[in-house]
Design a protein around this ligand. Structure first.
Ligand code: DX5
Ligand code: ZN
Length: 218
Protein backbone atom coordinates (compact mmCIF):
# COMPACT_ATOMS: atom_id res chain seq x y z
CA UNK A 1 0.00 0.00 0.00
CA UNK A 2 1.15 3.52 -0.78
CA UNK A 3 1.94 5.88 2.06
CA UNK A 4 -0.73 8.43 2.81
CA UNK A 5 -0.07 11.80 1.14
CA UNK A 6 -0.16 14.89 3.35
CA UNK A 7 -0.83 18.22 1.64
CA UNK A 8 -0.76 21.19 4.05
CA UNK A 9 -2.99 24.05 2.93
CA UNK A 10 -1.22 27.35 2.49
CA UNK A 11 -4.45 29.10 3.43
CA UNK A 12 -3.46 28.65 7.07
CA UNK A 13 0.13 29.89 6.57
CA UNK A 14 1.36 33.36 7.53
CA UNK A 15 0.89 35.39 4.30
CA UNK A 16 3.72 37.75 5.20
CA UNK A 17 6.16 34.82 5.23
CA UNK A 18 5.05 32.49 2.44
CA UNK A 19 8.62 31.56 1.42
CA UNK A 20 9.61 30.47 4.92
CA UNK A 21 6.26 28.76 5.42
CA UNK A 22 6.78 26.57 2.34
CA UNK A 23 10.22 25.58 3.55
CA UNK A 24 8.94 24.89 7.05
CA UNK A 25 6.32 22.31 6.03
CA UNK A 26 8.72 20.76 3.48
CA UNK A 27 11.19 20.18 6.31
CA UNK A 28 8.33 18.85 8.45
CA UNK A 29 7.60 16.13 5.88
CA UNK A 30 4.83 17.49 3.64
CA UNK A 31 4.32 15.61 0.34
CA UNK A 32 2.52 18.37 -1.56
CA UNK A 33 1.57 22.01 -1.01
CA UNK A 34 -2.20 22.52 -1.20
CA UNK A 35 -2.96 25.87 -2.86
CA UNK A 36 -6.55 27.13 -2.50
CA UNK A 37 -7.44 29.43 -5.39
CA UNK A 38 -10.70 31.32 -4.71
CA UNK A 39 -12.38 33.81 -7.02
CA UNK A 40 -14.93 35.55 -4.77
CA UNK A 41 -17.77 34.16 -6.93
CA UNK A 42 -17.76 30.36 -6.73
CA UNK A 43 -16.87 30.79 -3.04
CA UNK A 44 -17.25 33.84 -0.79
CA UNK A 45 -13.52 34.48 -0.45
CA UNK A 46 -10.70 35.66 -2.70
CA UNK A 47 -7.13 34.38 -2.69
CA UNK A 48 -4.40 33.67 -5.23
CA UNK A 49 -3.98 34.30 -8.95
CA UNK A 50 -1.67 33.01 -11.67
CA UNK A 51 1.47 35.06 -10.80
CA UNK A 52 1.30 33.86 -7.22
CA UNK A 53 1.22 30.20 -8.33
CA UNK A 54 4.22 30.91 -10.58
CA UNK A 55 6.09 32.34 -7.59
CA UNK A 56 5.19 29.35 -5.44
CA UNK A 57 6.43 27.00 -8.14
CA UNK A 58 9.84 28.72 -8.21
CA UNK A 59 10.15 28.40 -4.44
CA UNK A 60 8.77 24.92 -3.87
CA UNK A 61 10.70 21.65 -3.68
CA UNK A 62 7.57 19.45 -3.71
CA UNK A 63 4.54 19.25 -6.06
CA UNK A 64 1.85 21.94 -6.04
CA UNK A 65 -1.66 20.57 -5.43
CA UNK A 66 -3.74 23.46 -6.78
CA UNK A 67 -7.44 23.47 -5.85
CA UNK A 68 -9.31 25.98 -8.00
CA UNK A 69 -12.59 27.17 -6.48
CA UNK A 70 -13.58 29.33 -9.42
CA UNK A 71 -16.66 29.63 -11.65
CA UNK A 72 -14.81 29.07 -14.93
CA UNK A 73 -12.42 26.11 -14.53
CA UNK A 74 -12.91 24.99 -18.14
CA UNK A 75 -11.40 28.27 -19.35
CA UNK A 76 -8.70 28.67 -16.68
CA UNK A 77 -7.39 25.14 -16.06
CA UNK A 78 -4.67 25.35 -18.71
CA UNK A 79 -3.36 28.62 -17.30
CA UNK A 80 -2.97 27.18 -13.81
CA UNK A 81 -1.09 24.19 -15.19
CA UNK A 82 1.24 26.51 -17.14
CA UNK A 83 1.75 28.50 -13.94
CA UNK A 84 3.08 25.39 -12.19
CA UNK A 85 0.26 23.21 -10.87
CA UNK A 86 1.43 19.59 -10.72
CA UNK A 87 -2.02 18.41 -9.68
CA UNK A 88 -4.91 20.63 -10.75
CA UNK A 89 -8.22 20.06 -8.98
CA UNK A 90 -11.39 21.75 -10.25
CA UNK A 91 -14.99 21.60 -9.03
CA UNK A 92 -17.53 19.42 -10.79
CA UNK A 93 -20.26 21.94 -9.84
CA UNK A 94 -18.54 24.69 -11.84
CA UNK A 95 -17.59 22.73 -14.94
CA UNK A 96 -19.70 22.44 -18.09
CA UNK A 97 -17.26 20.11 -19.87
CA UNK A 98 -15.42 18.20 -17.14
CA UNK A 99 -14.30 15.41 -19.46
CA UNK A 100 -12.71 17.86 -21.86
CA UNK A 101 -11.10 19.78 -19.00
CA UNK A 102 -9.55 16.58 -17.62
CA UNK A 103 -8.07 15.83 -21.05
CA UNK A 104 -6.74 19.37 -21.30
CA UNK A 105 -5.04 19.19 -17.90
CA UNK A 106 -3.49 15.79 -18.60
CA UNK A 107 -2.24 16.74 -22.04
CA UNK A 108 -0.58 19.79 -20.46
CA UNK A 109 1.41 17.42 -18.27
CA UNK A 110 -0.38 17.71 -14.93
CA UNK A 111 -2.56 15.33 -12.96
CA UNK A 112 -6.28 16.08 -13.14
CA UNK A 113 -8.47 16.10 -10.04
CA UNK A 114 -12.17 16.73 -9.50
CA UNK A 115 -13.58 18.19 -6.29
CA UNK A 116 -17.06 17.53 -4.88
CA UNK A 117 -18.81 19.92 -2.49
CA UNK A 118 -20.52 18.43 0.58
CA UNK A 119 -23.90 18.70 -1.18
CA UNK A 120 -22.77 16.92 -4.35
CA UNK A 121 -23.33 13.14 -4.64
CA UNK A 122 -20.62 10.76 -5.82
CA UNK A 123 -22.83 9.88 -8.82
CA UNK A 124 -22.00 13.34 -10.24
CA UNK A 125 -18.56 11.99 -11.24
CA UNK A 126 -19.48 8.42 -12.21
CA UNK A 127 -18.70 9.04 -15.89
CA UNK A 128 -15.26 10.44 -15.06
CA UNK A 129 -13.80 7.60 -13.00
CA UNK A 130 -11.86 6.22 -15.98
CA UNK A 131 -10.19 9.56 -16.70
CA UNK A 132 -9.47 11.55 -13.54
CA UNK A 133 -6.28 11.01 -11.51
CA UNK A 134 -7.77 12.19 -8.22
CA UNK A 135 -11.09 12.96 -6.54
CA UNK A 136 -11.23 15.54 -3.76
CA UNK A 137 -14.02 15.10 -1.23
CA UNK A 138 -14.81 18.37 0.56
CA UNK A 139 -15.60 17.79 4.22
CA UNK A 140 -16.38 21.50 4.75
CA UNK A 141 -18.09 23.97 2.46
CA UNK A 142 -15.30 25.55 0.43
CA UNK A 143 -14.22 29.11 1.08
CA UNK A 144 -12.51 29.15 4.46
CA UNK A 145 -10.07 27.25 6.61
CA UNK A 146 -10.73 26.28 10.21
CA UNK A 147 -14.31 25.07 9.76
CA UNK A 148 -15.99 22.12 11.42
CA UNK A 149 -15.68 18.72 9.73
CA UNK A 150 -18.92 17.52 8.07
CA UNK A 151 -19.25 13.85 9.05
CA UNK A 152 -21.96 12.98 6.50
CA UNK A 153 -19.47 13.57 3.66
CA UNK A 154 -17.39 10.56 4.76
CA UNK A 155 -19.71 8.04 3.06
CA UNK A 156 -18.73 9.60 -0.25
CA UNK A 157 -15.11 8.53 0.28
CA UNK A 158 -16.10 4.85 0.46
CA UNK A 159 -18.49 5.25 -2.47
CA UNK A 160 -15.71 6.68 -4.63
CA UNK A 161 -13.34 3.96 -3.46
CA UNK A 162 -15.84 1.33 -4.64
CA UNK A 163 -16.40 3.12 -7.96
CA UNK A 164 -12.63 3.27 -8.56
CA UNK A 165 -12.25 -0.43 -7.70
CA UNK A 166 -15.10 -1.34 -10.06
CA UNK A 167 -13.31 0.50 -12.85
CA UNK A 168 -10.15 -1.50 -12.08
CA UNK A 169 -8.23 1.62 -11.10
CA UNK A 170 -7.37 0.98 -7.45
CA UNK A 171 -3.91 2.37 -6.76
CA UNK A 172 -4.02 4.66 -9.79
CA UNK A 173 -6.53 7.20 -8.53
CA UNK A 174 -6.16 9.17 -5.30
CA UNK A 175 -9.02 10.13 -3.00
CA UNK A 176 -8.13 13.37 -1.28
CA UNK A 177 -10.07 14.78 1.67
CA UNK A 178 -10.20 18.51 2.35
CA UNK A 179 -11.60 20.36 5.36
CA UNK A 180 -11.36 19.89 9.11
CA UNK A 181 -8.79 17.10 8.89
CA UNK A 182 -7.00 16.68 12.23
CA UNK A 183 -5.92 13.96 14.67
CA UNK A 184 -9.57 13.38 15.64
CA UNK A 185 -11.10 13.08 12.16
CA UNK A 186 -8.20 11.41 10.35
CA UNK A 187 -9.04 7.86 11.50
CA UNK A 188 -12.50 8.03 9.98
CA UNK A 189 -11.39 9.36 6.59
CA UNK A 190 -8.52 6.89 6.31
CA UNK A 191 -10.76 3.98 7.25
CA UNK A 192 -13.16 5.07 4.49
CA UNK A 193 -10.36 4.98 1.91
CA UNK A 194 -8.71 8.41 1.71
CA UNK A 195 -5.22 8.30 0.19
CA UNK A 196 -4.38 12.02 0.43
CA UNK A 197 -5.12 14.47 3.22
CA UNK A 198 -5.33 18.25 3.07
CA UNK A 199 -4.72 19.91 6.42
CA UNK A 200 -4.54 23.67 6.92
CA UNK A 201 -5.15 24.72 10.49
CA UNK A 202 -3.99 21.41 11.94
CA UNK A 203 -0.52 21.57 10.35
CA UNK A 204 0.22 25.30 10.01
CA UNK A 205 -1.39 26.05 13.38
CA UNK A 206 0.70 23.44 15.20
CA UNK A 207 3.69 24.37 17.37
CA UNK A 208 5.42 21.25 16.05
CA UNK A 209 4.46 20.88 12.39
CA UNK A 210 6.49 17.70 11.90
CA UNK A 211 4.63 16.05 14.78
CA UNK A 212 1.28 17.17 13.34
CA UNK A 213 2.12 15.68 9.92
CA UNK A 214 3.42 12.47 11.51
CA UNK A 215 0.20 12.13 13.52
CA UNK A 216 -1.83 12.11 10.28
CA UNK A 217 0.35 9.34 8.87
CA UNK A 218 0.20 7.08 11.89
C1 DX5 B 1 -11.44 25.30 2.07
C2 DX5 B 1 -10.14 24.83 1.50
C3 DX5 B 1 -9.32 24.00 2.39
C4 DX5 B 1 -8.90 24.65 3.69
C5 DX5 B 1 -8.78 23.56 4.73
O1 DX5 B 1 -12.16 25.94 1.07
O2 DX5 B 1 -10.39 24.09 0.30
O3 DX5 B 1 -8.18 23.51 1.68
O4 DX5 B 1 -7.70 25.32 3.61
O5 DX5 B 1 -8.49 24.15 5.93
P1 DX5 B 1 -8.63 23.36 7.31
O6 DX5 B 1 -7.71 22.19 7.23
O7 DX5 B 1 -8.24 24.37 8.31
O8 DX5 B 1 -10.08 22.93 7.41
ZN1 ZN C 1 -8.64 23.09 -0.67
Amino acid sequence: MKNIIVSPSLLAADPMRFGQELASVEAAGADWHHVDVMDGHFVPNLTYGIPFVEALKKNSKIPLDVHIMITNPDQMAGDYVSAGADILVFHIEASTHPHRTIQKIKSSGAKAGIALNPGTPSSAVSQLIADADLFLVMTVNPGFGGQKFIHTAVDKISELKAMIAKAGRTGEVDIEVDGGVNNETVGKVRAAGATALVAGTYVYGAKDRAAAIASLRR
